[in-house]
Design a protein around this ligand. Structure first.
Ligand SMILES: [Zn+2]
Ligand SMILES: [Zn+2]
Length: 467
């Protein structure tokens, strides 16, 4: 048993003073201050001056993802350990069916990578790289038998993951029937490929051209098209991943104003980093920030609009899209041709901190911080109330967060398997102090007490937000 005493518990509705009793792997009770057990066989953790929040739920990671002839550099071991250090106690990773593969084989491969290697609990979405009769049937099986209730489709990457509009519509109709969530990578891939080819022909090979050939219009158009298609599929639940641009957000907001089953996430990189300052860094340096959707221009309204969207709930979730590649030998594959740079940024360790900075900056309330990093992703993807909340009967996934401390981010101190940091030199208010996963202390007093194999696969139910 653990008694977390003297802290300020923060839930999605805001902060309150309380003591939290953990018995075994679950939260047993929440007490008014000092009303809990006075003595007994339990460890007391002093949370005075700290926020006591539910462990973070990162609904978008790619450990060991094969991409562009290489693999994302974090394994399930290193990536979930880094997540734990950063206060994230559940990840939802993407199992992959590549075009021509059997869905269940792809899923089995991802179970093989993760099983026994994770430090925190994990679940899977399924990427459908080929929508056909077989994979549509597999969607039903995954929902009913495997605890996988969300499917990612791509309007980008022709020849790799791309689905055409007919395939998308069929998958959406299936999801409407079985209650699954369709997650959409909303960028117009065929149009982007034309722009990429033209840029390379002009000799524009630097990393910044990755961003310039993926203009906002092609994200907004794809987002809009996905929303219209979901409407044709009787308002199938639709979740836009890694939304980066103001005009894409406008599409989502308009659909939500109409009461549609349309949701969206953004990622820390779009809230803070820009096309000019990072992707446009001199020489090949900008390769560190090549991700899709791309970083947007600081001269436009994107970042302010995304923060506003988080406040207004037009954006429901902040995930990382954690997809790390080392600079040496991986990002370097794209020297002389930006289109060969593996796409991805590693942030799984920093999301809780980076969003707390939004609280310090007056952009989010404490309750909204917890909601966007933990409660809503848990509810969105069928993990609630096991995850995402501190409540009797919920898993004891708990973070003590110290608002008086500071976090300095960089390659010397991070735990991700990367030879650089997209956030090098960022110094932010607040610090993850203690991390508990299903009743086990993983991080305390700057030391790591977790182990791979502690993290378990979690079967998910349907989204809480379905109408
Ligand atoms: Zn994507
Ligand atoms: Zn992704």
């Amino acid at each position: 048993m653990i008694l977390i005493k003297g802290g300020t518990v923060v839930g999605p509705t805001g902060p309150y003073q309380a003591d939290v009793l953990v018995v075994g792997e679950q939260v047993s009770a929440i007490f008014a201050p000092d009303q809990g057990p006075q003595e007994g066989d339990f460890e007391t953790i002093d949370a005075t001056g700290k926020y006591v929040i539910p462990g973070g739920v990162d609904a978008h990671t790619h450990m060991e993802l094969p991409f562009g002839g290489t693999f994302a550099s974090d394994t399930f071991d290193t990536g979930t350990r880094a997540a734990a250090w950063g206060g994230t106690t559940t990840i939802i990773d993407f199992a992959v069916q590549r075009t021509g593969e059997v869905v269940q084989d792809g899923l089995a491969a991802w179970h093989g990578k993760a099983d026994g290697n994770c430090h925190v609990d994990y679940a899977f979405h399924m990427i459908l790289g080929g929508v056909d009769d077989e994979s549509l049937k597999a969607m039903d099986t995954l929902v009913t038998d495997e605890g996988i209730t969300s499917f990612k489709l791509f309007m980008a990457y022709p020849g790799v993951f791309y689905s055409d509009d007919g395939q998308i519509l069929r998958a959406m109709q299936k999801a409407r029937d079985n209650g699954a969530m369709i997650m959409m990578h909303a960028e117009n891939g065929p149009a982007i490929d034309v722009l990429v080819k033209q840029a390379l022909e002009r000799g524009e090979t630097d990393p910044i051209h990755h961003g310039l050939t993926r203009p906002e219009a092609l994200e907004a158009e794809a987002t809009s098209r996905a929303i219209w298609l979901a409407g044709v599929a009787a308002d199938c639940p639709l979740y836009i991943v890694h939304l980066s641009a103001s005009k894409a957000l406008e599409q989502v907001a308009a659909a939500r104003d109409l009461g549609r089953n349309v949701f969206a996430e953004t990622c820390p990189q779009y809230l803070y980093l820009t096309l000019e300052d990072q992707l446009g860094a001199p020489g090949f340096e900008g390769a560190k920030w090549v991700c899709s959707t791309p970083l947007r221009s600081k001269h436009e309204t994107h970042r302010a609009d995304l923060w506003k969207g988080l406040r207004s709930n037009d954006l429901s979730v902040v995930s990382t899209d954690h997809c790390p590649f080392c600079f040496k030998d991986q990002k370097e594959l794209g020297i002389g041709d930006f289109s060969k740079i593996p796409n991805g940024i590693g942030s799984v360790e920093h999301r809780v901190d980076l969003l707390y900075q939004g609280v310090v900056d007056g952009k989010l309330s404490l309750g909204r911080w917890v909601e966007t990093i933990a409660t809503t992703p848990a509810r969105m993807f069928g993990l609630y109330p096991k995850k995402g909340i501190i409540a009797p009967g919920s898993d004891a996934d708990i973070v003590l967060y110290d608002p008086a401390a500071r976090t300095r981010i960089g390659v010397e101190t991070h735990h991700m398997n990367m030879d650089h940091s997209a956030w090098e030199g960022y110094e932010i208010a607040g610090k993850v102090d203690t991390v508990i996963s299903r009743g086990r202390v993983l991080v305390k007093d700057g030391a790591y007490h977790g182990a791979k194999g502690h993290g378990q696969f979690v079967r998910r139910g349907l989204s809480d937000y379905l109408i």
